[in-house]
Design a protein around this ligand. Structure first.
Ligand SMILES: NC(=O)c1ccc[n+]([C@@H]2O[C@H](COP(=O)([O-])OP(=O)(O)OC[C@H]3O[C@@H](n4cnc5c(N)ncnc54)[C@H](OP(=O)(O)O)[C@@H]3O)[C@@H](O)[C@H]2O)c1
Length: 248
């Protein structure tokens, strides 16, 4: 058991989460990996141990099942005393041409990308409050800054996550629980592989190093890398007709 509290990664097989965990492993902390594929989690755990983690526990869970979040997080607190840092990373980028014909899939995607994330973040906050505080990093996206025709459902879910995290952070100000909204631009991971992506993209290694620094600080809502802030400022203020015609 670590005296400083555990580092917990929700969707630890996510390329971004795994690379952030690699950065953290050298700190010699106790880590918990949550995800739905036991064999992949075990492989990540072995790698993190080799990189210096004090201990790595694996929790196999389908994070879309929000009814399990309470018990799962209460168990972690019982075992480790406190959660010092959590990174919430589950997500799916669906084919939006297919979504035009499938309302059920729209709802399913929104549930994972928004509802399950909100449920994990809320449950973490409730348990961290009486247990020494901690940091909750949430992988939202620049996509949440403006609805777009090519990613309308994904944008809506990320907008919900961003608004929830921004509001909860203000609500928790001064309590010792810090929620940080992380808004990556395009990062080269399995999620974006083989897709038409923006001309600007970042490596997952570079993004992970930035996210490691963000999680150590006290910033509230952060673009990864920084240059997405001015880009999204412009995108947010462009007239709808221009955005529509741009194919963006
Ligand atoms: N890559 C980008 O450009 C980018 C940009 C902005 C924001 N983001 C966000 O960053 C986060 C991580 O993305 P990534 O690029 O690292 O993608 P990724 O490698 O495809 O990771 C997605 C993760 O979500 C997990 N997941 C999906 N459904 C799940 C479920 N029901 N229960 C538990 N886990 C589930 C996947 O687990 P399995 O391995 O079991 O499928 C996988 O670990 C996502 O929230 C994404 O929206 C990514």
């Amino acid at each position: 058991m670590s005296t400083s509290g555990a580092y917990v990664y929700f969707a630890a097989t996510s390329s971004i989460a795994e690379h952030v965990a690699r950065c953290h492993a050298k700190r010699g902390v106790a880590m918990v990996l949550v995800g739905r594929q036991a064999d992949r989690l075990d492989a990540v755990a072995a790698d993190l141990k080799a990189r210096g983690a004090l201990s790595v526990d694996v929790v196999v869970a389908d994070l879309a099942d929000c009814t399990k979040h309470e018990v799962m997080i209460a168990d972690m607190i019982r075992r480790f005393g406190r959660i010092e840092l959590a990174l919430v990373a589950q997500g799916v980028l669906q084919d939006h041409d297919e979504l035009m014909h499938n309302a059920e899939a729209v709802v399913h995607g929104f549930h994972l990308n928004a509802t399950s994330v909100i449920s994990v973040v809320h449950t973490l906050a409730v348990h961290m409050l009486p247990n020494g505080g901690g940091t909750i990093g949430v992988l939202s996206s620049v996509a949440g800054d403006r609805g777009r025709k090519t990613l309308f459902a994904y944008c809506a879910a990320k907008a919900a996550v961003t608004a929830f995290c921004d509001g909860l952070r203000m609500r928790l100000h001064g309590t010792g629980v810090h929620v940080v909204t992380i808004k990556p631009g395009v990062i080269r991971t399995p999620m974006t592989a083989g897709r038409k992506i923006a001309p600007i993209s970042s490596s997952v290694e570079a993004a992970a190093r930035i996210i490691e620094r963000i999680l150590d600080g006290s910033r509230s809502s952060v673009y990864v890398p920084w240059f997405w802030r001015p880009i999204m400022f412009v995108v947010r203020h462009l007239p709808e007709g221009l955005i529509r015609r741009s194919g963006f």
